[in-house]
Design a protein around this ligand. Structure first.
Ligand SMILES: [Zn+2]
Length: 400
């Protein structure tokens, strides 16, 4: 029998589905809006009070009239291109399933509780991750965010307006921020990062659920390579200024540097102009994503690229190691009876709220595939139920 959380996720099974079985739910596109509609339906079914904040984030409140700061359970609904079914929606479906179960049991929270869906977490469309939460906290200035353009030239402001969210009100929302007392994000485990104990991930630990205590330092860099566009059939090899050759060197250097530094570094996006089979490229750009347990290891990757290829990559974003609240993390881990505590290699809205000074932690649900940001991402129904039970325990503990 499918669990409640499995049933909720099944309602999203066809929304933005790709041919390969993954999902395209970029922020403010039709599948994202359909997912947001699903959020409203879930909230309505539980008599929760729904609102959209100034930055397009969705909130479903349980007992908003209560005194005190809120316990917020959140995640996101948007996806990377051809992403998995669980990254984001699992956290929201699990939060709704937890509230449904607690209501059935007659539980009444002692403080306001909200389920939240933060807009544009993946940054797949406008290139900036966690836009909704970072606009809220002020980490991302509204004028900069709203001017970002997608591949078709549409600005974030235009995309929000088309979705019925007035971009004129976007920006730091101090009153709302002050209402968030604690933030807990349940998320599918992404990859199998080594823990302090040396074991790799929840599968190795034999645990369906874990707690994340920090997010690795991570950044994005861009390299633009000029060349001379020319005919592939008439330009002698020795006379070419072909940026693709340097691009290839850099991709290899990124990998070598990461292996040597014990970091994770990726070139997952390149653009080539004009991108013709029969033309030497006129220019090319590539993006480097690098993360590691320590900032120094990330910096060693970039230094290796510089030394080997003579290329200075331009830093587009940098996030230092983000530690989650020790007290909250320990309290949730203890309430769950001692579960594995792991770092997260991926960025999340939880990191944004932690950096804004809000006590934050994360619950991770085992992903036996070890694959995320791809159609193969997977969680077993029974593990998802364990995740909901963990959220229920956390809610009873923090709002009971
Ligand atoms: Zn996510």
């Amino acid at each position: 029998m499918t669990s409640v959380v499995g049933g909720l996720l099944a309602e999203l099974a066809d929304v933005g589905r790709t041919r390969s079985g993954g999902y395209d739910r970029a922020a403010w596109t039709a599948p994202d809006l359909e997912s947001r509609q699903w959020f409203v339906q879930c909230a309505d079914a539980l008599d929760l009070e729904v609102e959209t904040d100034r930055n397009g984030n969705l909130w479903a409140w349980w007992h908003p009239e209560l005194e005190g700061s809120a316990l917020v359970l959140g995640s996101h609904l948007d996806s990377v291109p051809d992403g998995g079914a669980y990254d984001g929606p699992l956290g929201i479906a699990s939060a709704f399933a937890a509230v449904a179960s607690l209501r059935r049991d007659g539980f009444v929270p002692t403080r306001p509780l909200a389920v939240a869906a933060f807009a544009d977490e993946e940054g797949a469309r406008f290139g900036t991750a966690c836009a909704g939460s970072r606009l809220l906290t002020g980490a991302l200035p509204a004028d900069r965010a709203l001017a970002l353009r997608d591949a078709d030239g549409t600005t974030m402001a235009e995309a929000m307006a088309a979705a019925g969210v007035d971009p004129a009100h976007a920006g730091v929302d101090a009153a709302r921020l002050a209402r968030i007392g604690e933030y807990i994000e349940l998320h599918i485990e992404q990859g199998h990062l080594a823990t302090d104990a040396g074991a790799a991930g929840l599968s190795a630990a034999g645990a369906p659920v874990g707690v994340a205590d920090r997010i690795w330092p991570h950044g994005r860099w861009r390299v633009d390579l000029p060349g001379q566009q020319n005919h592939a059939g008439t330009t002698p090899m020795a006379a070419r200024r072909d940026p693709m050759v340097r691009l290839a060197h850099i991709v290899l250097a990124v990998r070598e540097g990461a292996l040597a530094a014990g970091a994770l570094a990726t070139v997952g996006k390149v653009t080539v102009t004009p991108g013709a089979v029969n033309a030497v490229a006129g220019s090319a750009s590539l993006w480097i994503d690098a993360r590691a347990e320590e900032e120094a290891a990330v910096r060693r990757v970039l230094a290796h690229v510089r030394r080997v290829t003579g290329t200075e990559a331009a830093e587009e974003s940098w996030t230092a190691e983000t530690a989650f609240d020790r007290g909250l993390t320990a309290s949730v881990a203890a309430a769950l009876g001692g579960v594995p505590v792991l770092p997260s290699g991926a960025g999340h809205d939880a990191g944004v709220f932690a950096l804004a000074g809000i006590p934050t932690t994360m619950l991770l649900v085992r992903n036996p595939s070890g694959v995320s940001h791809a159609p193969e991402e997977r969680a077993d129904d029974a593990d998802c139920e364990h995740g909901v039970d963990a959220l229920i325990t956390a809610i009873r503990h923090r709002a009971g």
